[in-house]
Design a protein around this ligand. Structure first.
Ligand code: SME
Length: 166
């Protein structure tokens, strides 16, 4: 019971942080058209506001995911289709939460300190064009609150991307 209450309090705190952060992101990219500059700043705001261990994007390029702007320790540069959590989220076009990375078959360990992970596809016209990846150094750190607000971030990134295609 106590554990449930502590978890609920932490989640409430997390939701408040997201609610403060999202308008900052929207304001930051308003009026700036450069995709990479915008994504780089979005990753910085996510890292600083939410205190994530690692946050970044991968671009779908031909048959691979290729590392884009990120914040945190160095990461693997290329990930194949269907490989690791990121490649799986690309293949299946859905959000994947991994409560314990050691229990995810094929997980790609960029840092041994990463313990749990959430990966979201960034879609344009029903196609995955990018992957948003967030790692935590705590087990079981992601839930429906993260899905809700990080999906909003992924939609913002998708809209920025779309604008560069026009
Ligand atoms: N763990 C990811 C690889 C990317 S890093 O976490 C930054 C995966 O299994 O796809």
């Amino acid at each position: 019971m106590t554990e449930d209450l502590i978890k609920a309090a932490a989640n409430a705190g997390k939701e408040d942080l997201y609610k403060v952060m999202l308008p900052q992101i929207k304001a930051l990219v308003d009026g700036e058209s450069d995709l990479i500059a915008n994504i780089a700043n979005i990753m910085a705001v996510l890292k600083e506001s939410m205190n994530f261990f690692w946050v970044g994007v991968y671009f779908v390029k031909a048959e691979e995911l290729v590392l884009g702007p990120f914040q945190g320790p160095l990461a693997c540069t290329r990930i194949g289709y269907g490989k690791g959590v990121c490649g799986k989220a690309w293949q299946e076009g859905r959000v994947i939460i991994v409560p314990n990375v050691e229990q995810f078959p094929g997980h790609i360990a960029c840092s041994s300190l990463s313990k749990s992970e959430i990966v979201l596809p960034v879609m344009i016209n029903d196609r995955v064009r990018m992957i948003l990846d967030v790692d935590s150094d705590q087990l079981n750190d992601f839930d429906a609150v993260d899905v809700k607000y990080l999906t909003e971030v992924s939609t913002i990134i998708s809209d920025l991307f779309k604008a560069t295609l026009i």
